[in-house]
Design a protein around this ligand. Structure first.
Ligand code: SAM
Length: 280
């Protein structure tokens, strides 16, 4: 059944009640538009009974939208005042589904265990840490099979980019280790309070049935990716020289992986980096 979601007046009242001045440092831009919330929940395909992890629930805009469709929600919020208020807000506005919410007051980057295994990640992420938070949750929670996040537009296009694209970079390759990604629509600045000075986009992902390899291979792959894009204009034999000791050794490894030492990182897909990481 439909819940009363948070609009501009509710958000203003809650912020006043808590004496919260949204901070840039924590990326606090709260969604004040119920249509946007319902759109995110729909794009994410959240079903009744799903267990969803939400990073940065803030005043609860998206949380209520997730509860509305019958999800169980684990919400991780770094801001003590917001974390403390959220159960109260939900008990007041949606008492019938209040039991389906667990709030954890913690920095999402330090979370390694959750009370239940989430199958989806749905969040309006704090923009300054969106990529590290995404990678952290995919790394630590195998149970997460899919998700939708709202991020800064440039970041979203980068994460979902394919090799050869101008915005393809280390985040694109790392994201592709875990799954397939697509952008799923723009979001107007006007749906936030305060209005941010960047555009936003929805990004959807589906985790691969199987990851390319174990933790040791992932670390090695990410090390190579970081080196390759540290100096993205350089040929790989030069860019990877610091990892292999010198460019001749880097060339030999690239050739052993079936790659051209004169290629640039932006031309390689995740499978290429993995092949290179497998070279002893
Ligand atoms: N989900 C809410 C919404 O849609 O209105 C708020 C989204 S706001 C863009 C980001 C939220 O993430 C804020 O509530 C902020 O306090 C929280 N946050 C920032 N850094 C965090 C971190 N490292 N761990 C957990 N939450 C964080």
């Amino acid at each position: 059944s439909e819940l009363r979601l948070l609009g501009p007046a509710e958000i203003r009242d809650l912020a006043e009640l808590l004496d919260v001045t949204p901070t840039k440092k924590l990326g606090q831009n709260f969604v004040i538009d119920a249509n946007t919330v319902r759109r995110i929940v729909r794009v994410a395909g959240v079903q009744p009974g799903d267990t969803v992890v939400e990073v940065g629930p803030g005043l609860g805009s998206l949380t209520l939208g997730l509860l509305e469709v019958g999800a169980t929600v684990i919400a991780v919020e770094i801001d003590r005042r917001l974390a403390a208020q959220l159960p109260k807000t939900v008990s007041t506005l949606a008492p019938d589904v209040a039991d389906a919410l667990t709030v954890i007051h913690q920095d999402a980057m330090t979370i390694e265990e959750l009370p239940q295994s989430p199958t989806r990640l749905v969040a309006n992420l704090p923009y300054n840490v969106s990529v590290p938070v995404l990678l952290h949750f995919l790394e630590h929670f195998d149970s997460i099979r899919s998700g939708v996040v709202m991020v800064q537009a440039e970041v979203g296009f980068r994460v979902a980019a394919d090799p050869g694209s101008k915005v393809y970079g280390a985040p694109s390759v790392k994201a592709a280790w875990y799954g397939t990604w697509r952008t799923a629509g723009n979001v107007s600045r006007q749906v936030f309070w305060p209005v941010p000075n960047v555009d936003s986009v929805l990004v959807a992902f589906e985790r691969h049935d199987e990851q390319p390899g174990d933790e040791a291979l992932r670390r090695r792959t990410f090390e190579l990716v970081d080196a390759a894009f540290q100096q993205r204009r350089k040929m790989l034999r030069q860019a990877l020289a610091p990892v292999y000791g010198d460019s001749a050794t880097a060339s030999a490894a690239l050739e052993a992986a079936g790659l051209a030492p004169t290629d640039r990182g932006e031309q390689l897909g995740i499978a290429d980096f993995v092949a290179l990481a497998r070279v002893p």
